[in-house]
Design a protein around this ligand. Structure first.
Ligand SMILES: [Zn+2]
Length: 48
């Protein structure tokens, strides 16, 4: 069996402790992927 191009089937979304949106995806071959969306850009959080 040769290599193939993974197909990322969306498995859902979750939010990390840091408030980042994480998309979970998996290929039919069993490979899994995560993609992190940094959501901090749109919401200024003043920290001192
Ligand atoms: Zn695959």
């Amino acid at each position: 069996m040769g290599e193939h191009v993974h197909v990322r089937l969306s498995q859902g979304l979750s939010v990390s402790e840091d408030g980042e949106l994480i998309e979970h995806a998996a290929c039919r071959c069993g490979a899994t992927f995560t993609k992190v969306f940094d959501t901090n850009g749109g919401e200024p959080e003043p920290q001192s």
